[in-house]
Design a binder for this molecule. Structure first.
Ligand SMILES: [Mn+2]
Length: 423
């Protein structure tokens, strides 16, 4: 399905007068506080978030999956869906692939489709957390950490194959997330598991092209319930530091124990110049993978504040949503997530960092809190809508999605019983 500019224009027309009134008022207020509105709009427009191929279909829980209709059944259709999202939101100009779920059978056709839709592929993800039908060795007891050298070699070879696919599609990031770990004390030797994993990663790292990054994601538990080989940022940091300059840590918001201070982790990794990537989602209890900003919006704002402070460092992290949905239409959900990312980024940008620093240096604790909460409680929705509108997007992507009957059209094209590959 394609949405053409005239459909977006007619959607915008009905909302424009109301929007202008709200935006003009907000712009005046921001201007009075010394905020450069045009610069803010530009920065919001520049923040593009990658959409992972696996977020386009209905996810499930370990108890069940309730698929919707019109889900993308192949890579071309997944690219089409990200095209629809980007046309509406102007916030996601790239798609992340998961190998083997998205093996490109015809790389040139994929590149052509990406070009037509104005999209690109930044990151490719390996998968050694499940067995594929034609696979010789099982990952039941781990992959890169496995006790058997042959299993480790198979997992290393898979990652190298993923790099090759990525090269064919002009990607520049390999993301490695491992399910490796143990569920019972004594099951695995911590030190040997760490050493085996690092040696395997070194072999993969040796094949990373010069202009690429290799990102190492951490997670404290699940699917392993006693120990995970790379449970936290410190372990990931120790490994990427040992690997070299092209290896960096990836922070997935859901990969922390409850109440972890993620903004501090972001600040520390950025200070150490090792924050390579970001997976946005939200959670209440564990790795819930629900919509960005739906549970803890203030935490999201505080994370963005640290990211904004680190903008002066030379490394631009790879931004991606990593979510999976069982209840909402996955495309509607992604539109909400993209909106919340832009909104909290914009709020963080309004913080006067000099003023904050002054309040911090003079230990004016109440003032520090006022500065942060004044920014967080600003309603910047008209500004984010203006940024999107000027970039050719919809003033209200979610209502445009509904009024243009996107899901109904996708069901008409693809049927009701489609299942997105990999899910
Ligand atoms: Mn992730």
């Amino acid at each position: 399905m394609n949405i053409n500019p005239s459909q977006i224009s007619s959607h915008n027309e009905s909302l424009l007068a109301d929007h202008k009134e709200k935006f003009d008022f907000l712009a005046q207020q921001l201007d009075k506080s010394g905020i450069d509105v045009e610069n803010l709009i530009q920065k919001v427009q520049n923040l593009q978030i990658e959409v992972p191929s696996w977020a386009l279909g209905t996810g499930g829980t370990r108890f069940g999956r309730f698929a919707g209709g019109g889900e993308p059944g192949n890579l071309i259709q997944k690219i089409e869906d990200v095209g629809v999202l980007n046309t509406l939101s102007r916030a996601c100009d790239s798609i992340s692939l998961h190998i083997p779920w998205d093996i490109p059978s015809d790389a040139n056709a994929i590149k052509q489709e990406l070009k037509t839709k104005g999209l690109k592929i930044n990151s490719v993800n390996s998968n050694t957390f499940q067995d594929q039908p034609d696979q010789k060795h099982s990952y039941k007891f781990g992959s890169l950490c496995h006790t058997d050298k042959e299993v480790r070699k198979q997992a290393v070879d898979h990652n190298i194959e993923v790099i090759e696919y990525g090269k064919m599609l002009d990607a520049n990031v390999l993301t490695v997330w491992l399910a490796d770990g143990s569920s019972f004390p004594g099951q695995m030797d911590f030190r040997r598991a760490y050493s085996n994993t690092l040696s395997s990663l070194e072999e993969i790292y040796s094949k990373i092209p010069n202009e690429w990054q290799m990102l190492l994601e951490y997670k404290p538990f699940e699917p392993a319930f006693y120990h995970t080989v790379i449970p936290d940022w410190g372990t990931s940091y120790s490994m990427v530091t040992a690997l070299g300059d092209k290896a960096n840590t990836l922070v997935d918001l859901g990969h922390h124990l409850p109440n972890t201070n993620i903004e501090q982790i972001v600040a520390t990794l950025q200070l150490l110049n090792k924050l390579g990537g970001f997976h946005f989602n939200d959670s209440k209890y564990a790795d819930d993978d629900i919509s960005v900003g739906s549970i803890k919006p203030y935490a999201l704002f505080l994370i963005f504040l640290e990211l904004v402070k680190g903008e002066t460092t030379n490394m631009e992290p790879a931004w991606m949503i990593d979510a999976s949905h069982n209840l909402k239409d996955p495309l509607q959900d992604l539109l909400q997530s993209l909106q919340n990312i832009h909104l909290n980024y914009a709020k963080a940008l309004t913080v006067n960092l000099d003023e904050l620093r002054h309040a911090q240096e003079s230990n004016e604790v109440a003032q520090c809190q006022e500065i942060l909460q004044n920014a967080f409680q600003l309603d910047l929705r008209p500004l984010v809508a203006e940024a999107r509108f000027r970039a050719g997007g919809a003033l209200n992507p979610l209502s445009a999605f509904k009024s243009l009957k996107v899901r109904e059209n996708l069901i008409k094209e693809r049927g009701t019983s489609t299942v997105a590959t990999g899910l």
